[in-house]
Design a protein around this ligand. Structure first.
Ligand code: PMP
Length: 416
């Protein structure tokens, strides 16, 4: 351990106890202890979630909303109980407002394809920011191509912070929707979403928050945030893949046409005319991701057993330590240093391509993400083709930050 080392012991938050819940963290990679610093891409799963998935398939599995037999009723109750867990977790006023999707990407596409194609007309404006993930850019470009609406981009300062006065200049009477990340997956910036909500609503626009990273690092109360749509993915929240959530105000869901047609989303079907089930069923055509939803519910149960304020403090401490430690490595430049940011840190190393760097770090057991992070427009603005990104979760330790730094120093010897 070098002199920067901070202790993982003695803190109020027992990270070692939390780590013990995540079996994968005990494994080795290339003969080295796994140091998993890519939770912003997808988080690891606690045993409780893994067990719940196994139990659901092994003992409680049947299709939902259909069978009049015990197992189907049990599976339906478990699926709908997961919806209630999500509702409580985000403080949604009604269960009708919680739509299960396969992920945030599908949730945003759903809004663009249904609300967008119904309510957005040629000349209307949609405001996004320059830090958005492709999944909060491309659906709006598809909508632009279909409707002739205009996409306006609110700029973010070089350190990754957002100047709300500059943001306000992009919103105007033609703005129909503001669609922004709650937290940037590249820079870690926590966007000033309450101010953005006020500006959006003053202009008569709706606000969609891409909460993929936000819900992991922040308390989310959709009523307090005063947004109109909130989208997130289960797999970044310690739950399974293949499940996500679109929260939307009930009146909006009522007014939106269905996204896909099929079983479960109908009230009645004749060849002449079909009527829709009320939300959320209206937006859940076909057999849903039953076990994935149950797994997400258990991930939420797991988070609820932890002191989330202590988790947030732990992640902030990891980030501060990582930022200080990285800044001391010669040739490393931090990308994204906005005040109050979340525990996601991009950086570049002079003379080393991020992909090569990530490959060399992997030999030390350190998993980081390298690339454009599905944010190519932001890379262009930052003047880089790619960055390396370390992202920190509730199970990471100060010792793992040290392992990252040691691996980076070793990588410099190999690459430079
Ligand atoms: N938005 C943000 C901010 C993200 O970080 C991600 C995942 N990297 C997404 C959207 C897309 O999420 P998913 O691929 O799970 O649909």
């Amino acid at each position: 351990m070098n002199k920067m080392t901070k202790s993982d012991k003695g803190a109020a938050y027992d990270v070692m106890k939390v780590r013990a819940d995540f079996p994968i963290l005990a494994r080795e990679v290339h003969g080295k202890p796994l140091v998993y610093l890519d939770s912003a891409a997808s988080a690891q799963k606690p045993q409780q979630v893994i067990d719940a998935i196994s139990r659901a398939y092994g003992h409680e599995y049947a299709n939902v909303h259909r069978g009049a037999y015990y197992l189907s009723e049990t599976a339906t109750a478990a699926y709908e109980a997961a919806r209630e867990k999500v509702r409580r977790f985000i403080n949604a006023p009604s269960l009708k407002e919680v739509v299960f999707t396969k992920g945030a990407t599908e949730a945003i596409n759903l809004v663009a394809a249904t609300w967008g194609r119904t309510f957005v007309k040629a000349g209307d404006e949609i405001v996004i920011t320059s830090v958005e993930h492709h999944s909060n850019i491309v659906p709006w470009q598809l909508l632009r191509d279909a409707t002739g609406c205009v996409l306006r981009i609110a700029a973010v300062a070089r350190d990754g912070s957002i100047d709300i006065e500059e943001f306000a200049k992009v919103i105007g009477p033609k703005t129909k929707l503001v669609a922004v990340a709650h937290v940037s997956n590249v820079l870690g910036t926590v966007l000033p979403v309450r101010e953005i909500a006020a500006l959006s609503h003053e202009a008569g626009a709706k606000l969609l928050l891409d909460g993929c990273q936000g819900i992991v690092h922040e308390y989310v109360d959709v009523q307090d945030l005063d947004c109109d749509f909130y989208a997130f993915s289960g797999h970044k929240l310690y739950g399974p893949t293949g499940i996500g959530v679109l929260w939307a105000r009930e009146a909006l869901l009522e007014a939106m046409p269905p996204y896909q047609g099929g079983g479960d989303m109908i009230d009645s079907v004749t060849f002449a005319k079909t009527t829709w089930a009320p939300p959320p069923a209206k937006f859940e055509a076909g057999t849903p991701p039953i076990v994935q939803a149950i797994g997400l519910g258990v991930a939420i149960d797991y988070l609820n057993t932890l002191d989330r304020a202590a988790v947030a403090a732990h992640e902030s401490a990891l980030l501060r330590y990582a930022m200080t430690s990285l800044a001391q490595v010669p040739g490393i430049r931090l990308i994204g240093t906005a005040p109050g940011k979340a525990a996601v840190q991009s950086f570049v190393m002079e003379g080393a391509h991020p992909h090569d760097l990530a490959t060399v770090l992997d030999r030390s057991g350190v998993c980081v993400r390298a690339g454009h992070h599905c944010a190519q427009p932001l890379m262009e603005i930052l003047g880089v083709t790619a960055t390396t990104r370390a992202s920190f979760a509730l199970y990471n330790t100060m010792a793992e930050v040290d392992a990252l730094i040691a691996a980076l120093r070793k990588a410099q010897e190999v690459l430079l």
